[in-house]
Write a protein that binds this ligand. Structure first.
Ligand code: ZN
Length: 409
């Protein structure tokens, strides 16, 4: 077959040595040898996904790893989350991520997630399609209490304050323009009018009447944050000549892929949580490259979430699940390249992303093996790739696939 590639990004995979794990990292300590054959036939290295010493966000790191310099292409979290709900954005749209929250009668926040209400769809429906001052408001349900909102119209700006004060117990304040421009003032004004307009629609929503009767927190306010002015990304397929698909459970990663024009393919049991079916995701990716697709980006989320919880036992167990699932790549089909890495480290001790380099593995088509036999943060430092920048990852994939452009003559 034409050479094809699967890129697996395990979110927050990297860590630091932990005393309770015998001074190993969760990746080093996790049992399972399913990755070992890929490592034996492959070449490893470490990678700064954005640049040395930069603590990457998941959004900016994914742009970088897929070859889109975040300094040029990052326009905030809102547009990515909105794209992850399946919304087709247009250049000039201002997009937000949001939560349904609970506020009291005088506008103090009681609960930023409305009791973690499970379904935001009925609320998104009543907010969708409203027009105010030449702006159309498009609302889409995200998972659970999340809602994405897009403002579409002429002369909009993302230079406005968040609606969400980020902490409970404080009053909601009107949205303010953050720059003294007509665009920022117009956007803030239209958004404030929208929030006032939808307030009674939410308060009197039948689902809220039911919740009030059951004494549950009501979803009576839309808390928005992360405004971003969307501009179109160059399509992945044109940039690399690869027909691409994404297999992910969590919305942000589907959003990154959707903005690049990749097809989003659902995999059975993909939840974005620790109970996700990693093996099924890998199987889905193998089926896609056996068919029409040249490139599949697979995202696995829970290694990051468990690191942010500081739960090194659960992180180690989850990584063991990834290692075992990787058995499915043995034997690797002829012509297939597999790359496996992380978007950043999430050391359990920090409960946050760090700027440490992540381990990276290339195995299969085009790869000359090195001497690394175990996939870990320290073992990969001795690998044939040394230390590479994240923005070079796609270039190296093209090089190994044999489709990189000749630079010069
Ligand atoms: Zn991440």
């Amino acid at each position: 077959m034409t050479p094809k590639a699967i890129l697996i990004i395990c979110d927050g995979l990297g860590d630091r040595p932990i005393a309770e794990l015998g001074n190993k990292t969760p990746l080093e300590a996790a049992p399972g040898n399913g990755l070992d054959k890929l490592v034996a036939k492959g070449a490893c290295g470490v990678m700064n996904t954005i640049a040395v010493g930069i603590r990457p966000g998941s959004d900016t790191a994914h742009l970088s790893l897929l070859g889109y310099d975040p300094h040029i292409y990052y326009s905030g979290r809102g547009p990515i989350e909105a794209a992850g709900t399946g919304l087709q954005l247009r250049t000039g749209d201002v997009a937000f991520r949001g939560n349904l929250g609970t506020v009291d009668d005088i506008g103090n926040i009681l609960d930023r997630r409305a009791g973690r209400i499970r379904n935001s769809e009925p609320f998104a429906q009543v907010m969708n399609g409203i027009e105010i001052d030449g702006v159309t408001f498009i609302a889409r349900a995200g998972t659970a209490y999340r809602v994405a909102l897009v403002m579409r119209g002429e002369g909009l700006s993302a230079d406005i304050s968040d609606v969400d004060p980020h902490v409970p117990g404080v009053p909601i304040t009107p949205v303010r323009p953050l720059k003294d421009t007509p665009e920022a003032k117009h956007t803030a004004s239209a958004l404030n009018k929208f929030l006032a307009y939808v307030r009674p629609l939410l308060v009197n929503h039948p689902v809220n009447l039911e919740r009030r009767a059951q004494n549950k927190p009501e979803a009576n306010y839309l808390l928005l944050r992360g405004a971003g002015l969307y501009s179109e990304l160059p399509p992945f397929s044109e940039r690399y000549g690869l027909k691409a698909a994404c297999v992910a459970g969590a919305g942000l990663y589907k959003g990154v892929a959707a903005l690049m024009g990749m097809d989003i393919v659902e995999s059975p049991g993909a939840t974005g949580l620790a109970d996700t079916d990693v093996r099924a995701k890998f199987e889905t990716a193998l089926k896609l490259v056996a068919g029409d697709y040249d490139f599949v980006f697979v995202h696995v989320k829970a290694s990051d979430s468990l690191g942010e919880d500081g739960n090194f036992t659960a992180k180690t167990e989850f990584i063991s699940k990834i290692k075992n699932a990787a058995e499915i790549f043995d034997p690797l089909p002829e012509g297939l390249l597999v790359a496996l890495t992380a978007d950043h480290c999430t050391p359990c001790a920090n409960k946050a992303h760090s700027g440490d380099p992540v381990p990276v593995l290339f195995s299969g088509h085009g790869v000359t093996p090195d001497d690394v036999t175990e996939f870990g943060e320290r073992s990969c430092r001795k690998g044939g790739y040394g230390r590479i920048p994240g923005l070079s990852l796609m270039d190296e994939i093209l090089n190994l696939l044999g489709t990189a452009h000749l630079y010069g003559a």
